[in-house]
Design a protein around this ligand. Structure first.
Ligand code: 9PG
Length: 455
């Protein structure tokens, strides 16, 4: 790979969890995190929000003036690499991998070293239909029945129900909009020859949940004994202290209950919450706690269930999960400028940042399936133009992970035809450069998108 477009001294900033910016930071760009609490929480590892220098989780790299890349990466958890005036500085009790050379070579060698340390699980889950971008939280069972009718004849392997089915976070039972229940829904999906998929945020606990009322001691607390706020999307929500034996037991029994209902593809979301700063029952290291909790989940569901990690710390997920969301949500907009530029929050939904961060993590694809989120084919309720939709579909092909969320009844005949082609055909992909790929007989260059993003 050539690096001639590199500015001197740029820093490869590796975001902590799925949604956090991962890209080459141009030299001299000031460090900027959101000032609004709810936006701060999801923009990086909260323990590093007040760092003086740019930094990233587990690894970092520098582009040298001669075009070579210097990579410093941990072969352990709970490590951080900062870009300081004295070069790359690692923090954490770590075993470090250090290498200087061509970009492709150093990242490939580091990936191989990570594989020896953490293992790997890869293999495509198949084509996914996901309910999020058609229904958001307003999903119900009639809507899913309608989807099952509408996708007849389209090669989807998995139908995955997203957020909106649960009573409350922590009370992982079907709400009133799913009167026939989850087992019935899984059964109907399976009757079409597809795998039933379900979203849940297994560590998140709503303060108004029955689970919190019954087991208030299971949640992570701060030094003053107050529950740690782990997400604001549903109002302030808490998280499990996953180092507690009772929390682990509860988690294992919830996970096996879900798979027993017939769901064999699970999108597990907001996973960073198991590694937030707090007073843990056992002080093992936050990422170590997350990894052990992930092992509890894997053991509870068995080896054959496909586990997709989302909002998840990256390296700590390797070897346990099958797939990993490697960028923020794409959504039906290209750039939410209010949020990305004015609030300095690039963890929010938008196609341009999803492309940028996903490509920033392309090097881990031999260790875990990389999920770039959804490709859009509809024009209804979608603000992406044709070129933008094409770029996102190209990204899905490059990643080898194809998912769609369009209500099939919204698609015009030519849109349905394009979706069908996308699902049926696996193009020949090769990487030509950091941001340039050949896809069958076309060349696609993402560089203008990546370099247009704000820092
Ligand atoms: C369900 C969604 C979808 C989606 C996930 C995750 O920062 N934020 O405001 C923010 C909002 C939603 C979000 C991520 C971040 O989406 O990535 O695919 O499952 O949860 O609630």
């Amino acid at each position: 790979m050539k690096n001639q477009q590199l500015a001197e001294g740029s820093f490869y900033q590796h975001g902590w969890q799925s949604w956090n910016v991962t890209a080459w930071r141009p030299p001299q760009t000031p460090l900027r995190y959101p000032s609004v609490t709810a936006h701060r929480l999801q923009s990086t590892d909260p323990a590093h929000l007040d760092d003086k220098f740019p930094g990233g989780a587990t690894l970092g790299a520098l582009a040298n003036p001669d075009g070579s890349i210097e990579l410093k990466g941990a072969l352990a958890l709970d490590a951080w690499v900062s870009h300081t005036p004295n070069g790359l500085i690692g923090a954490g009790n770590s075993h470090w991998f250090e290498r200087i050379g061509p970009e492709n070579e150093v990242f490939t060698a580091y990936a191989a070293a990570l594989k020896s340390t953490f293992g790997a699980r890869t293999g495509s889950p198949g084509n996914v239909w996901c309910s999020w971008y058609s229904f958001y939280n307003n999903v119900n069972e009639t809507a899913i029945h309608q989807v099952l009718d509408g996708i007849e004849g389209l090669p989807f392997d998995i139908v995955q129900l997203d957020d909106g089915w649960q009573q409350r976070n922590g009370d992982w039972h079907a709400n009133k909009d799913f009167a026939l229940g989850l087992t019935d829904l899984a059964h109907r999906i399976k009757a079409t020859g597809r795998i039933a998929g379900l979203w849940l945020a297994p560590f998140i606990i709503d303060p108004d949940s029955e689970t919190y009322r019954k087991y208030p001691d299971m949640v992570l607390r701060d030094a003053s004994g107050e529950p740690v706020i782990a997400a604001y999307n549903w109002g302030p929500n808490y998280t499990l202290d996953v180092t507690r034996p009772d929390a682990q037991q509860w988690l294992a029994s919830e996970m096996s209950r879900i798979t027993d209902q017939g769901f064999h593809y699970l999108k597990l979301d907001f996973l960073y919450s198991a590694a937030l700063p707090g007073q843990y029952h056992v002080e093992t290291g936050r990422e170590q706690a997350y990894r052990e909790a992930s092992q509890v989940i894997r053991e509870a569901v068995g080896e054959d269930v496909y586990l997709l990690a989302c909002g998840a710390p990256i390296v700590p997920s390797i070897g346990i999960y099958d797939g990993l969301r490697v960028g923020p949500d794409v959504s039906e907009i290209w750039d939410n400028a209010d949020r990305t530029r004015h609030l300095a929050d690039r963890a929010g939904p938008g196609g341009a940042d999803a492309i940028t961060t996903t490509l920033g993590r392309y090097w881990i694809r031999e260790l875990i399936d990389i999920d770039p989120d959804i490709a859009f084919f509809r024009s209804r309720f979608c603000m992406l133009n044709g070129e933008q939709k094409q770029m996102i579909a190209d990204l899905a092909n490059i990643c080898g992970f194809k998912a769609n969320s369009d209500l099939p009844q919204w698609l015009l005949p030519n849109e349905r035809e394009r979706l069908s082609q996308f699902l049926a055909h696996t193009p020949k992909v090769s990487q030509l450069d950091r941001y340039r790929f050949s896809i069958d007989d076309r060349q696609v260059d993402f560089e203008p998108i990546v370099s247009s993003r704000p820092w």
